[in-house]
Design a binder for this molecule. Structure first.
Ligand code: ANZ
Ligand code: ZN
Length: 877
């Protein structure tokens, strides 16, 4: 049929790919109609940050896998929106600019060009009319708008805080950017500094962020990472009397059941009680003790949180000179000051239970403090020393009885068990009875139930240049008069919306200063402004916002750039022509968002489990809660990504790709040599998409040979009727490839395409319909080659990528064979597979069956063979 058309046509991927890439872009092939498409499918992939020389093969791997999914969905009847952009604002890109010694804005232009060129060369079905860059003033104008919404909602605030300071990046870091006390990026040891900072109150959303996880289809490990990061601890807040005075010390504990075992208390060096002591309010505390405390407080200040809390570091502390009263038994217990208790968690004070807590145990051992066991393991005590038998009526019993340093080697015991040495609680099983304990404490007015979270508020300000200026204005005069946009923040105003964007000025001294101030702080022409309220001289905030804010809402913007208002022409709606349909006037177009969001699937790396993915959920919830907007901007959904797929990572020859190892693979050379289709197919074949795999040059050559063979097959084979086996194979292939692509098992899908190839290159009996189906199955992986063959061989109208996905027919898969049991004298001795065409041929079945049971028939004479066709064969011997 098509024999002559291209029988000798050579496979030239460079030509084919360039042609189709240009055509797809010119024709806006992959630009959906945002207002009218009936089955929208938002296929979102995490956008890259251009921090290095260009796109590397790891990026391409992620994007190709996402693109295969998008193309598959498109051929299954969805209109797929697949956008791409650059997360190019922020510290990663700025650090790269520093490294190459170029202004970040200038570097951004170079990177942008290169990234988009590379991205286009991979053949992904991007909507090239809707690219966005976070450093584009048209974008960050709305990032600033978002900041202002946070401020207006009471969720952005400023406070002096002890923050993580990276001496090498010369900026503050969020807690989550500090790994083991070191900067996540450059490994520098992080210092603590007291600075005024902007925060977002993500902690207000802790419970919602937790609850939402139950509603979304995400990998379990990512959900667990988020849960741990939020770190909800259920427990109780308990009150202890201090000395004879009317003072109280409150603690947060997750183990109220161990209250009888609290033999001392510990407060953080930053606790207000410490200042009280130092002020000399307690006449009976000696000078020596006060001197010790003073010195200790200074030492603690210079330590990192990591050093203070690490379990393997030796505990330090000083006596406060004060005593507290254990509320359950009246025992007088000493209050210590130690830096393993942090002011930023719970109440900054703890009841120490050395018998059942590692850190308290280590502390008690070091300072010779009493240790009292109050939980025994369920199977019986592990303690070998005689436990006191005296009743606990005596109010001082616990403190006196606890025998310093005579604890058993099995302590501290932190497992589940039964309460002992605790009066009426004795025998209660833990943790089952925790509610009973809390109820008891409530009734006796000792404490109440409380939960604490490890999640901290999101530190948003950065003392750097390359980011969106925080759009806030400070007026001294207003502050003095107690005026401000918000009552709780006198002197502060958000920049008027019609003044957005607050442009990042083009300055030459953009490098980080290390003074704790942004480079913008040396530019009066930037920061001098007038107060939006009283018009006196005011000062702009000079810090910029964290990169994670840029990427916390970008999916909304993708849908709101390019042509947004014109497309609504056909829509009969009274909203037609309104400002809210004009993406240049609003951060996002509510009508379009409603149609395309929440995002159908989000695909990206699991390394973003806590940072990006938590922030983006938080911001969606805030936008969901937006009220009093002139436009209709409150989001209808709370969870932006009901489905998230985490892809694996590509390693090179067994090692993680990194610039320091010099094994970063840039796709360009491979694309130039083999074509993007080969590289795509190779990357998808390396392993399960969720697992990633090892990139090897030898592997890509093999894939290239396969691609060429398929090309040649299509260009040489003559179509005719399908053989029976071809029919079975193609239907099987359709069924399995479909299932595999659906479940991101791309490597096995490709293996099945190869199997089919092997069949057809032998058999050579296939119809045009079968060939068309096969090519369609190939299309998501090798979009250029399949498009070219589709056109050259006139297999269908338009683009193969908009053709419909083939469907298998079950009837061809039914095996035309039956299994017939073989009996000897009525006893089953084996079975025989009989093909349908032989079913009635008794002689043939008999003969084969005899062979199968020949061992059992050995030396016997078959008197009779009874055969019920297709059901049973019985030899009578
Ligand atoms: C008594 C107790 C007995 C505790 C016991 C533990 C085991 P999570 O799970 O992280 O919430 N704690 C409370 N506030 C603290 C602070 N500001 N700095 C350091 N430690 C603090 O941990 C809660 C437990 O950590 C609390 O429960 C408290 O010690 C300690 F067998 O109280 B516990
Ligand atoms: Zn003012």
């Amino acid at each position: 049929m098509n024999k002559d058309a291209s029988s000798t046509k050579e496979y030239k991927p460079q030509e084919i790919e360039a042609f189709w890439q240009k055509k797809w872009s010119d024709d806006k092939t992959f630009t959906p109609s945002l207002w009218t498409d009936p089955k929208p499918y938002f296929n979102l992939m995490m956008f890259p940050y251009p921090s290095a020389e260009g796109l590397h093969v790891g990026n391409m791997y992620a994007f190709t896998g996402a693109d295969v999914h998008g193309r598959f969905k498109r051929m299954n009847g969805y209109q797929v929106f697949e956008p791409i952009g650059l997360d190019g604002f922020g510290i990663h890109s700025e650090n790269y600019a520093l490294k190459v010694g170029r202004h970040p804005a200038e570097q951004a232009k170079i990177s942008q060009k290169n990234f988009y060129r590379q991205l286009a060369s991979t053949g992904n079905g991007y909507d090239w009319t809707r690219t966005l860059e976070t450093y584009d003033p048209d974008y960050y104008r709305w990032t600033q708008w978002l900041f202002i919404q946070m401020f207006k909602s009471g969720l952005a605030y400023r406070k002096k805080a002890k923050v993580n300071w990276c001496p090498s990046d010369k900026t503050v870091l969020a807690d989550e950017q500090v790994i083991d006390g070191k900067c996540e990026r450059d490994g520098a040891v992080v210092e603590k500094r007291d600075l005024e900072q902007w925060f977002f109150k993500i902690t207000d959303y802790s419970d919602r962020l937790l609850a939402g996880l139950d509603k979304i289809d995400w990998p379990e490990k990512v959900k667990i990472a988020q849960k741990l990061w939020i770190g909800k601890s259920k427990g109780a807040r308990l009150k202890f009397k201090v000395d004879s005075q009317n003072r109280e010390l409150e603690v947060f504990t997750t183990r109220p059941d161990t209250l009888y075992g609290a033999t001392f208390m510990v407060i953080s060096p930053e606790h207000p009680l410490v200042e009280e002591i130092l002020s000399g309010a307690d006449a009976n505390i000696s000078k020596r003790i006060i001197e010790n405390i003073k010195q200790y407080v200074v030492e603690a200040k210079n330590k990192t949180e990591q050093d203070r809390t690490a379990t393997d570091k030796e505990k330090t502390g000083v006596e406060s000179g004060l005593l507290a009263t254990n509320p359950v038994n009246g025992a007088k217990i000493p209050i210590w000051i130690a830096d393993y208790v942090l002011m930023g968690y719970g109440t900054g004070a703890i009841m120490a239970v050395p018998a059942h807590d590692e850190r308290d145990f280590a502390f008690a051992k070091k300072y010779n403090l009493p240790i009292t066991e109050v939980i025994e393991p369920k199977g019986g005590s592990v303690a070998h020393h005689p436990r006191p038998t005296s009743s606990l009526k005596d109010s001082d019993a616990v403190a006196r009885r606890g025998s310093p340093n005579r604890a058993t080697p099995n302590l501290p015991f932190v497992g589940e068990g039964r309460i002992i040495n605790s009066e009426s609680w004795n025998g209660w099983e833990m943790p089952e009875s925790i509610d009973k304990v809390i109820e008891w404490l409530k009734e006796n007015k000792i404490g109440k139930e409380e939960s604490n979270y490890h999640l901290r508020d999101w530190l948003i300000s950065r003392q750097r240049y390359w980011g969106p200026p925080i759009p806030m204005i400070y007026c001294k005069k207003c502050e003095e008069e107690g005026k401000g946009e918000r009552e709780d923040m006198p002197g502060w105003y958000s920049a008027p919306l019609d003044q957005l964007p607050v442009l990042l000025p083009d300055v030459t001294d953009w490098k980080p200063m290390g003074s704790g101030e942004s480079p913008l702080a040396s530019h009066p022409e930037f920061y001098n402004t007038t107060c939006p309220s009283c018009s006196s001289v005011a000062r702009r905030e000079t810090d910029v916002s964290d990169t994670f804010l840029d990427s916390a809402w970008y999916y909304l913007r993708y849908l709101s750039i390019g042509d947004t208002k014109n497309m609504s022409k056909d829509i009969k709606t009274d909203k037609n022509g309104q400002e809210e349909n004009d993406g240049s006037k609003v951060p996002y177009v509510p009508g379009i968002i409603k149609r395309w969001c929440p995002v159908a699937i989000y695909i990206g790396g699991a390394e973003h489990s806590v940072l990006h993915l938590l922030y983006v959920r938080f911001i969606a919830m805030v936008l969901h809660d937006l009220k009093n907007q002139p436009q209709n901007l409150a989001l209808e959904f709370e969870e932006p990504f009901p489905r998230f797929f985490a892809h694996g990572l590509i390693v090179k020859d067994g090692a993680k790709m990194s610039k320091s190892k010099g094994n970063v693979v840039v796709p360009d050379a491979y694309i130039n040599k083999f074509g993007a289709d080969t590289l795509r197919l190779y990357l998808m074949f390396i392993g399960q998409f969720k697992d990633g795999g090892d990139f090897r040059d030898s592997g890509i050559e093999g894939t290239n040979r396969f691609v060429k063979r398929v090309w040649n097959l299509f260009n040489t084979v003559e179509f005719g009727p399908d053989s029976e086996e071809t029919l079975r194979m193609i239907n099987k292939t359709i069924k399995e490839v479909t299932n595999d692509i659906e479940s991101f098992s791309y490597n096995t899908a490709i293996a099945k395409l190869m199997e089919f190839y092997n069949h057809i290159s032998d058999d050579k009996k296939w119809s045009k319909e079968t060939a068309t189906s096969y090519l369609k199955l190939f299309a998501p992986f090798a979009p250029h080659m399949t498009e070219e063959l589709w056109k050259n061989m006139e297999l269908g109208e338009g683009s193969i990528h908009f053709s419909s996905w083939p469907e298998h027919q079950e009837k061809y898969l039914e095996t035309n064979e039956v299994i017939v049991p073989i009996q000897i004298n009525g006893k089953r001795r084996g079975e025989i597979t009989v093909s349908s065409k032989d079913i009635k041929d008794q002689a043939k079945v008999e003969e084969k069956a005899k062979e199968i049971v020949s061992a059992q028939l050995e030396g016997k004479e078959v008197k009779k063979a009874i055969y019920v066709p297709g059901k049973i064969i019985n030899f009578v011997v």
